[in-house]
Design a protein around this ligand. Structure first.
Ligand SMILES: Cc1cc2nc3c(=O)[nH]c(=O)nc-3n(C[C@H](O)[C@H](O)[C@H](O)COP(=O)(O)O)c2cc1C
Length: 286
């Protein structure tokens, strides 16, 4: 029956040869040996270290002989430019994803506009690669070479643990991120599938699925709401924990009040002490 499970042989590049696996499309900018900017197309690029405060990192998997791999190994720095879903951009990503060309050869065919990095140059270090103007967001990264590039000598692929130095985003999308509404149009790459073509998909309008009502507000949910409420204000975990009893529907209103009080007081970090002060002030005024 067509709906029964059947086994599929696991081949090399199983994510595109033996399965359906959705991936992002990222142009990795690096600087070549001669000093020219290089753009390489990559989809095997995922969040790797996500908590712990400082060591946020991405994992990029590249064949070891790519311009990108050679440039990261030499200069350690790169930028991950997330490309929006426009056919002419994706066509050019495929052109820039053709293996075997030098930076000089391939960059003649790039339609993308390069802007200077937003990182400030450290003296004596390699120059930071430019960023792509058409991207909706960019992760500016430095390779953490403590993580093994290859687990075995036979591997032809390199695993780059890329420490995220900076995330920059078009202002419009940053506003959407903090309001919790609205998404850029991102392409979904299904890879090189039939030995002839890359396959991409457009996504339809994202939809929200609320958590079950009887679950209440977990501390993680409150922390998420706090840290995404206002980009200029940071929250200590204990301060967030003091809000777990606030019903979900009132949480944003409560956060708005607290953030307004913090801004009035010229405070950028909300501590449990500050929360207690507000609580005392409010109960005193009642
Ligand atoms: C949409 C797309 C996604 C790709 N993803 C990867 C990838 O994740 N890893 C990889 O090694 N090659 C990937 N490639 C192939 C590289 O783009 C290709 O090796 C190219 O030569 C890399 O450019 P560079 O040599 O300038 O780094 C992809 C190609 C396309 C078109």
């Amino acid at each position: 029956m067509p709906d029964d499970f059947t086994e599929v042989r696991i081949l090399d590049n199983f994510y595109q040869t033996s399965s359906f696996f959705p991936m992002p499309v990222v142009l990795v900018s690096t600087i070549s040996k001669s000093g020219q900017a290089n753009l390489g197309t990559y989809s095997l690029c995922f969040p790797h270290s996500i908590t712990g405060g400082r060591d946020h990192a991405m994992m990029l998997i590249s064949r070891g002989t790519s311009n990108t791999a050679e440039n990261i190994i030499r200069a350690k720095v790169c930028a991950l430019n997330f490309i929006p879903d426009k056919r002419k951009y994706l066509k050019n990503c495929v052109v820039l994803g053709y293996p075997g060309e030098t930076t000089e050869q391939k960059m003649k065919n790039s339609i993308f506009t390069l802007l200077p990095s937003t990182r400030s140059e450290a003296e004596g270090a390699h120059p930071y690669p430019p960023i792509v103007k058409e991207a909706f967001q960019v992760f500016e990264c430095t390779w953490d070479d403590r993580y093994p590039l290859k687990h075995t000598d036979e591997l032809v692929e390199c695993h780059f643990l890329l420490h995220i130095d900076k995330i920059i985003m078009k202002k419009k999308w940053r506003d959407c991120l903090f309001k919790g509404k609205g998404f850029p149009r991102m392409p979904i790459d299904y890879g090189y599938r039939d030995n002839v073509r890359f396959w991409f998909a457009e996504h339809s309008r994202p939809y929200a699925v609320p958590i079950p009502k009887d679950k209440g507000n977990a501390v993680e949910t409150v922390k998420y709401a706090c840290t995404h409420f206002d980009p200029d204000i940071t929250w200590e975990d204990e301060a967030c924990a003091m809000l777990v009893k606030v019903p979900n529907i009132f949480l944003n209103k409560a956060l708005g009040g607290i953030v307004a009080e913090a801004k009035n007081a010229g405070i950028t970090v909300i501590t449990p002490e500050f929360m207690a002060k507000i609580r005392d002030k409010r109960s005193g005024g009642r």
